[in-house]
Design a protein around this ligand. Sequence first.
Ligand SMILES: [Zn+2]
Length: 391
Amino acid sequence: MNTVLCGNWNYPTTIWAGPGRIAELADACVRAGIRHPLLVTDEGLAGTPMIKSALAALKDAALFGAVRGNPALSHVEAGLRAYRAGGHDGVVAFGGGSALDAGKVVAFMSGQTRPLWDFEDVGDWWTRADPAGIAPVIAVPTTAGTGSEVGRAGVILNEETHQKKIIFHPHMMPHIVISDPELTVGLPRAVTAATGMDAFVHCFEAFCAPGFHPLADGIALEGMRLIHRFLPRACADGWDIEARAQMLAAALMGATAFQKGLGGVHAIAHPVGSWFNTHHGLTNAVILPYVVTFNRIAIADKTDIIARVLDLPARGFDGFLAWVLEMRRELGIPHALADIGVSADKAKVIGREAAIDPSAGGNPIPVDAPMLERIFRAAVGGRLEAVGSAV
Ligand SMILES: [Zn+2]
């Protein structure tokens, strides 16, 4: 075992980090009091040797492997049926953001009597939940991006309204995270790039969100520094374990930091993902420079700090924006939302839904539906100059 890249951390939850740590999955279940886990994963992973060996290591475990990207209520309901039919007492959520979110929400809902949408992240709606009815979760990420393994929420699509809803409860935080870079070495380059950019946007939007939160700011800055250094390496060589380990750390740092808030990138990316079923990280990566440009007057100082911490060739806002565009190009991320199948015909709806997305409140400049619609249209057409300024 490469002990240099190993660590046991205790914030924001218990994290066992390092190559090969998946061997401790059964211990993690015992530690969390889970005797009969339901392993929740997505369709793509369900039949892989990684999942087979995890199941083999767990006594009395069963598999629910029917989660899809942008998981919906129907996936949660199917998972809950499997959970109850099998008499399980906890969940191992194993996979990318979709599997982690679905697994966490299944564990959360396992002992609730009210419908899922009653627990949307609105005001104090989370207090409606019975905390005794929330089953423990072991989270095992296989991508370095979402950071859902250290989050207290799950994003679930309401198929009727085409809206992504954030289901939140403080006890949805997984009990133990196994952050093993060897599980991410098989990720294709494009997925590595898109998920890594999601982690970057988490750090960036958290750092630029208004409010006094030096803890989040410090974590976000170091997360961005790691991504700047290691994402190109992880993309160039998927078997670079150090790069994979640093990216997994950066991903959970992003989700830790964004307790402070997110911003316009996520506000737009959520409805775009709901309507066009696009990959969340890729959508964020495409939208990022448009929102950065829109926010220019409010983030000049912060982008200069980022440029200095990352030691970019040019400083200030312009140096930062130039680097974002260059990194996107290098990672093969398209410049326009049109390139990933998004059209402007839903622009009004996207603007309206982005404005009421909880992430919008974290944007450094207060945004309304017409502003977000304008940014979205500029991103669809790949026209950075059409974003305009916020004032
Ligand atoms: Zn995200």
